[in-house]
Design a protein around this ligand. Structure first.
Ligand SMILES: *[C@@H]1O[C@H](CO)[C@@H](O)[C@H](O)[C@H]1NC(C)=O
Ligand SMILES: *[C@@H]1O[C@H](CO)[C@@H](O)[C@H](O)[C@H]1NC(C)=O
Ligand SMILES: *[C@@H]1O[C@H](CO)[C@@H](O)[C@H](O)[C@H]1NC(C)=O
Ligand SMILES: *[C@@H]1O[C@H](CO)[C@@H](O)[C@H](O)[C@H]1NC(C)=O
Length: 460
């Protein structure tokens, strides 16, 4: 009896703490679902693909996105980015429209497809009957605002200029050739907190942000038909994390915990105090200045394969990016890594299913692919400041078709001259980015458990 009463009290208290009306989040920060573009929760989900097919598709996307420092057409292009792997929901406007956007930690602009009432000047609908995301209708929102082009908030965002009415217009292009243009605007954004510990709540606590700058896109080209826009999460002016830092006391920080591709669950994206990475074994390394202000760049000082250390001649800048699948390194660093790995792995080599990937093994011997990890050496990365992280076999290698395991690293090339720690290497790490402190922190974590799913049943 006492136990039952206590349970009831706890449930009532929990409900009150969470606020069964849509309470604003406190100083603790908030978390959102970080949805892989191929997962069941994404409109890009293809049910005919197995989990291994999805990894191969992601690797191919990684290959297909050329990195370029400038726009070949001579237009505005700060962007050197492959923003195609993770998605999040944002609610925009009053009343809010809930929209699913690509999250890009390699660019700064936040933008959504817009229309003005019945105007037909918005972006075209999806081709081939693909599901179309809602488009934000500015005429139906009481909090929509334009930005005068003389304001610092216009000048702070790359690719802006004055239109005929002295409002701020923008034009932005991405490394893969996608473009977006329209008018810089302000709106109210809502972020619903992930349902951790608040399963009894009718509505989740939310972050309510007024006057967020975003691009209201009247034109968008490229591979974004099913999505409503992009959330730039880069290190530069105008990115969501910088705007949250400017508009709240949450600080300019975020963290993610990427669930492995082979587990069918969502990942999590944290902001504010929740983005502090304090797990045991956390290592912190300083951010260094980047040629592209959006990038989170750190120094790689050495790579260890088994017990052999491979050190670049000098500390080597790499960007940490959630939107790139593979890890890209200079050939001068990658070649000795490949050599050392091939020396230590005794399995039969196999033809690569993807030309970018040079080193593949047949792990299907004996019909079992379960235990391939144990044949692979430990790979450790040492960063500026001395912090070391250990990559598990499934961070350094990916199982593409069943039975084929390939090193998930590729060489940088002339048109992709940026070295990147990609998202396979980051799976099952909590990775925190803190621009107030100028640091990136990594800690091993079980990211398949990071996004809370509700208990099977809650009964009183
Ligand atoms: C939207 O349409 C209304 C009515 O046609 C017009 O007054 C307003 O300026 C338009 N707003 C924008 C941002 O284009
Ligand atoms: C406009 O907003 C009203 C609520 O104020 C809503 O009922 C209506 O569906 C919205 N219209 C469109 C086209 O989104
Ligand atoms: C960011 O914006 C401010 C103006 O608000 C500007 O002074 C600064 O140079 C900008 N920083 C970058 C890296 O563009
Ligand atoms: C993944 O999980 C969803 C439920 O979230 C389920 O509907 C789906 O069938 C699962 N897919 C696979 C391949 O297990």
């Amino acid at each position: 009896m006492a136990g039952r009463a206590l349970l009831l009290v706890v449930l009532v208290l929990t409900a009150q703490l969470c606020g069964c009306t849509a309470a604003n989040i406190g100083d603790g920060g908030f978390s959102v679902e970080f949805i892989h573009r191929d997962s069941v929760k994404s409109p890009l989900h293809d049910p005919s693909l197995t989990l291994h097919d999805r990894v191969l598709a992601a690797v191919r996307r990684s290959a297909a996105r050329p990195y370029a420092g400038s726009d070949p057409s001579g237009g505005v292009a700060e962007i050197v980015s492959t923003p195609y792997e993770y998605l999040m929901y944002v609610r925009v406007g009053t009343p809010p429209t809930r929209m699913l956007a690509l999250v890009d930690s390699g660019s700064n602009l936040v933008w959504f497809k817009c229309r003005n009432g019945t105007s037909t000047s918005g972006p075209p609908p999806a081709a081939g009957g693909a599901p179309v995301s809602p488009v934000f209708d500015l005429s139906n929102s009481s909090t929509y605002g334009l930005v005068a082009c003389r304001l610092p908030s216009c000048q702070a965002i790359y690719g802006t200029s004055c239109d005929a009415n002295q409002f701020c217009q923008y034009q932005y292009s991405y490394g893969d050739g996608s473009t977006t243009s329209g008018i810089l605007s302000t709106e109210t954004f809502y972020f619903d907190d992930a349902p951790g510990g608040c399963f009894g709540c009718r509505e989740r606590p939310q972050l309510h942000l007024s006057r967020v700058n975003f691009g209201c896109a009247t034109k968008a080209t490229g591979n974004t038909f099913q999505l409503a826009g992009y959330v730039g999460l880069g290190a530069g002016n105008g990115s969501l994390v910088n705007q949250i830092g400017a508009l709240t006391s949450l600080g300019r920080r975020f963290a993610y915990c990427l669930a492995p591709f082979y587990v069918n669950v969502s990942s999590i994206l944290d902001f504010g105090a929740r983005a502090t990475v304090t797990e045991p074994g956390a290592v912190t390394t300083p951010l260094i200045p980047s040629a592209v202000d959006a990038f989170y760049t750190i120094l790689l000082t050495s790579v260890k394969v088994g017990s052999s250390t491979i050190a670049p001649p000098k500390p080597y800048p790499v960007i940490v990016d959630s939107g790139t699948t593979l890890t890209f390194l200079d050939k001068a660093l990658l070649d000795p890594i490949v050599e050392e790995i091939s020396r230590s792995i005794k399995l039969p080599r196999k033809q690569s299913p993807e030309k970018q990937l040079g080193l593949c093994y047949d792990v299907g011997v004996g019909g079992s692919t379960q235990d391939w990890e144990k044949h692979f050496p430990e790979v450790t990365l040492e960063f500026g400041g001395g912090g070391v992280i250990t990559l598990q076999a499934r961070n350094a290698f990916a199982e593409l078709p069943v039975g084929t395991v390939c090193l998930a690293m590729a060489p940088v090339t002339d048109d992709r001259s940026v070295a990147i720690i990609g998202n396979i290497a980051q799976q099952n790490f909590r990775v925190g980015f803190d621009m107030d402190k100028g640091t990136v922190t990594f800690a091993a974590a079980d990211c398949a458990k990071s996004y809370p799913s509700p208990p099977a049943s809650v009964s009183l």
